[in-house]
Design a protein around this ligand. Structure first.
Ligand code: TXA
Ligand code: MG
Length: 341
């Protein structure tokens, strides 16, 4: 078993450490070392221009990574850190380009998982105390919320000096909400663990994408989670409205090339649940508990060899925004270049 001291020393020596956060597992490296960060990209198979988030333990450390800490940053950090919120701010000059993808901004968060905080504190004693970490999965694949999912996906790609810390099943289960604070008004770049309703209680946000506003002229920064097809399992994912579900399943069963189907349901239904080729999973009807389960269930269904996963579309309210977003991306057509090996 890896101790926190071993893990912190590994980071200080330029190696990788997979660690739990309250959202998903992160694939961490010393965030102030370009060569250590390059290791993340190698293991993930992620294109170099995609920026990674920096994790720190304290507000002081967060401020030191920026070229200007705004009043909005202070308010959001006070309200939600430690927690599943990433702030995009103007970068300090000493941050490697490998972290920011060459952009003038940097993503920062203080995670809430006790193991993540303990690792950051230990790494502050023996190194920079700044951990760059994307989710600990191959590029384009479903993020891991349990160590076994990390091991299956990345185990063979990690080196003998890299480490994995086990912190159980991540409580939140979807990635952090990313808020860009570099424009006139704060803007959500990726919905996540803190929902829109909670954010707007603290401050006004730029209107939601898709809601017409003549003032939105800034191009979106590069966010890998913004790719249409992302967070995708090996199985094909099909999203169905509740009223279409039974018919969709029936039709799929008539396709003899499909022998194994997984169903993620919101509510239990009367469909013949004894079909040997079909696995039915009734998901929690509460958004927080649904998010906690989602990636684990997708990994499990992939493991059981499902070719198609039918997902009953969850409600459209703010509490479900991150889940809706991840399901939509999991179900998106994959470009031919998307090859999670
Ligand atoms: O919950 C999370 O955020 C997890 C845990 C490990 O902290 N991390 C995570 O990292 O989801 P990753 O790399 O899988 O997704 C981070 C997203 C990417 O889409 C990246 O492009 C975006 O954050 N990002 C990072 N820095 C950015 C920046 N300066 N500007 C715009 N987007 C940025
Ligand atoms: Mg990711």
């Amino acid at each position: 078993m890896t101790s926190l001291a071993d893990a912190a020393h590994a980071l200080a020596n330029g190696y990788l450490v997979v660690f739990p956060t309250e959202t998903v597992y992160g694939l961490g490296a010393d965030g102030l070392s370009a060569s250590a960060v390059a290791g993340i990209f190698r293991v993930k198979g992620r294109p170099a221009e995609h920026p990674v988030i920096l994790h720190v333990a304290t507000l002081e450390a967060a401020k030191s990574l920026t070229a200007g800490w705004s009043a909005s940053a202070q308010q959001l950090a006070q309200a939600f850190w430690p927690g599943p919120l990433t702030l995009i701010l103007k970068r300090a000059p000493h941050i490697p380009d490998a972290v920011t993808g060459g952009q003038e901004t940097v993503g920062i968060r203080i995670p809430a998982h006790p193991v993540a905080l303990a690792l950051l504190n230990e790494f502050s004693r023996v190194g920079s105390g700044v951990i760059a970490a994307p989710s600990a999965n191959r590029f384009g694949a479903v993020s891991p919320t349990r160590v076994r999912d990390v091991e299956r996906d990345l185990g063979e790609r990690l080196g003998p000096n890299d480490h994995i810390l086990d912190g159980g099943h991540c409580a939140v289960g979807v990635e952090s909400t990313i808020v860009d604070l570099t424009g006139v008004r704060p803007r959500i770049l990726r919905p996540g663990g803190i929902d829109r309703d909670r954010l707007v209680k603290v401050m006004a946000l730029e209107p939601q994408a898709g809601v017409s506003s003549p003032t939105i002229t800034r191009p979106a920064p590069r966010v890998s989670g913004a790719l249409q097809s992302h967070y995708a399992p090996n199985a094909k994912v099909v999203l169905l409205n509740p009223e279409e579900f039974d018919l969709g399943l029936q039709q799929l069963r008539t396709d003899h090339s499909v022998t194994s189907i997984g169903c993620l349901l919101i509510a239990p239904r009367k469909t013949n649940q004894r079909d040997p080729g079909t696995t039915f999973i009734t998901m929690p009807s509460d958004a927080q508990r649904y998010a906690h389960e989602l990636y684990a269930r997708l990994h499990d269904l992939d493991q059981s060899g499902c070719q198609v996963i039918l997902v009953e579309r969850p409600p459209g309210s703010a509490a479900w925004e991150a889940i809706q977003d991840r399901l939509k991306r999991a179900a998106a057509e994959r470009p031919s270049t998307h090859n999670p090996q």
